[in-house]
Write a protein that binds this ligand. Sequence first.
Ligand SMILES: CC(C)(COP(=O)(O)OP(=O)(O)OC[C@H]1O[C@@H](n2cnc3c(N)ncnc32)[C@H](O)[C@@H]1OP(=O)(O)O)[C@@H](O)C(=O)NCCC(=O)NCCS
Length: 182
Amino acid sequence: MEATNLLPTEIETERLTLRKPRLEHAEEIFATYSADPEVTTFLTWKAHDNPRQTRDYLSACLAEWSSGTGYPYVITLKAKRDAPIGMIHARMNNHGANMGYVLARSFWNMGYMTEALICLSDLLLSKEGVFRVSSFCDVDNAASACVMEKSGMLFEGILKRYSPLANNASEPRDCRMYARTR
Ligand SMILES: CC(C)(COP(=O)(O)OP(=O)(O)OC[C@H]1O[C@@H](n2cnc3c(N)ncnc32)[C@H](O)[C@@H]1OP(=O)(O)O)[C@@H](O)C(=O)NCCC(=O)NCCS
């Protein structure tokens, strides 16, 4: 049985639409960013070799929607609703959510991820039982730290050896933790 979803399947921000993914998005995501090793430099996964890997990832995303354990959204520009340019992912935990995100390189530094993160954090924090929206990044991922700061998250400190987030590191690396709470 499908869990009742805490979040809607579609959210609009000023310039973006956040949508529940579809398996058919795999080819476009593969062509746009999931095969780009520069994009995955500070992620836990390696750049994909073929669209099948992207499709498998989207299957796992849909399973999270079904169980209510997470809400991964594809990000599109409002004007091009069928062309994913990235993803933002709320992973639910006991009293809140941890956020992950990724954007195709040609769309970097236009404020898009800050816009998506503010909107989704606002929405999550308006829900009963959600008290904390957090996110963390590798200590060397300055762009991601900047997004969290611009989104109103507070820097909580450096978590030593927290996650292997950079360059497919074989060992956990130090990470910067940020959160918004109510
Ligand atoms: C992190 C990422 C999602 C940011 O998305 P974005 O839409 O470009 O973010 P924004 O435009 O909202 O903000 C980026 C900010 O970082 C700053 N920035 C970018 N590169 C930087 C760098 N090397 N050093 C310092 N600041 C940097 C930009 O100047 C901008 O700040 P400004 O608006 O004050 O000028 C995008 O770079 C990305 O997809 N990176 C690869 C995946 C990734 O690392 N995800 C996060 C994992 S924790």
